[in-house]
Design a protein. Structure first.
Length: 349
């Protein structure tokens, strides 16, 4: 059996865990140790602990949130995808995993920020790399996150914007990959049809050739009662413009989930337009909120620039001023007029 690396992307709370748990019972391996199940995912997350910890550290280094709504966040994450030391870390880990199993499935909500890195390293190791993107209505995603992650204290509008940002850029990042889109509803209604479609699109016959025992195990992880958040914007505080944009993106992504849709080029063109529209929307939102940003930053600037009492702002930050301060006794410095001190500071800047 040849190497295959299956990457499962999509927003958190969109059915990625369900998909991984199904294919994990059909022959693909989820590396161990794995994230422990809890009430938010009683059937298990299907996430390798190493991958979660590694992605978390990388996002912290890039100053990017897992569902970051900033279009600029993609450039910050992309810098790490090109870091050779980061690539070497992933290469070593994947080599170890492939020495144990030929077919690997990797899922983590943070994965979408690093898809180019995984794709490149997987290819370097001789693996066929494919990507599956799970689709769930954005209102359901937002409501599910509000229910299960209340401590994150993020606004509804920001969560909706985060869905648009991550889904648009994930679609763009995977265009050159072997890929498939799967609706969460379809997976719940009849997972066998969804998996058969993925098998055909990605050329993975093992998914439909699994033994009866494996298929029974896959069926056992499907619990239709777990769909506890229904699609609706009515109970969410999201502006109409953002709701409209999320709706348009959702409809286009659904088109990509239909293998028989022959108008894919037109769909991709429209998604490009919506991505540009979202970037513009976010830029204007930042401009509108600039006063709030400045008000939050001003105290920090004053704190960082405040020098010793009676001295011009910031002399302690200049090495020459620190050196001169040590040479001139305090009793002498007190006799120097403030205008002279300022003149010295300006001269030494």
């Amino acid at each position: 059996m040849s190497r295959h690396l299956l990457l499962v992307a999509g927003s958190g709370r969109s059915g990625t865990s369900l998909f991984v748990n199904i294919v994990g019972n059909l022959g693909f391996h989820v590396p161990k140790p794995r994230v422990v199940a809890d009430d938010s995912n009683p059937r298990g997350f299907g996430e390798p602990q190493w991958v979660v910890d590694w992605h978390t550290a990388l996002l912290k280094r890039a100053n990017v949130h897992a569902s970051d709504a900033r279009p600029a966040a993609w450039a910050d994450a992309a810098k790490l995808c090109l870091d050779e030391q980061v690539s070497a870390q992933l290469r070593r880990w994947l080599e170890d995993q492939f020495s144990l199993h030929e077919q690997l499935v990797i899922k983590d909500p943070r994965l979408l920020w690093f898809l180019p890195l995984w794709h490149r390293v997987g290819n370097e190791l001789g693996a066929a790399v494919s990507a599956v993107t799970m689709l769930r209505h954005p209102a359901e995603v937002v409501k599910s996150k509000l229910y299960w992650y209340p401590g994150m204290n993020m606004a509804d509008a920001n969560r909706a914007a985060g869905w648009i940002n991550t889904m648009l850029f994930t679609e763009r990042a995977t265009r050159d990959y072997r890929r498939a889109f799967v609706r969460f509803e379809d997976l719940l209604e009849d997972w066998t049809q969804s998996i058969a479609s993925v098998s055909e699109q990605l050329d993975i016959p093992s998914l439909v050739n699994a033994r009866a025992q494996q298929q029974a195990a896959a069926d056992s992880v499907v619990d239709r009662s777990l769909r506890r958040s229904q699609a609706s914007w009515e109970d969410l505080d999201v502006p109409k413009g953002l709701v409209y944009l999320a709706g348009q993106v959702w409809e286009e992504l659904l088109s990509l989930a239909d293998p028989e849709n022959g108008d894919r080029e037109a769909v991709l063109d429209r998604l490009d337009c919506y991505r540009e529209e979202y970037i513009s929307f976010y830029r204007y939102a930042e401009a509108v909120a600039q006063s709030t940003t400045l008000a939050a930053v001003r105290p920090l600037r004053r704190k960082n620039s405040a020098g010793p009492a009676g001295a011009p702002p910031g002399p302690h930050a200049n090495p020459l001023l620190v050196w001169s301060k040590r040479l001139v006794p305090a009793r002498v410095r007190r006799l120097i007029p403030i205008r002279v001190k300022r003149a010295v500071v300006e001269m030494l800047r």
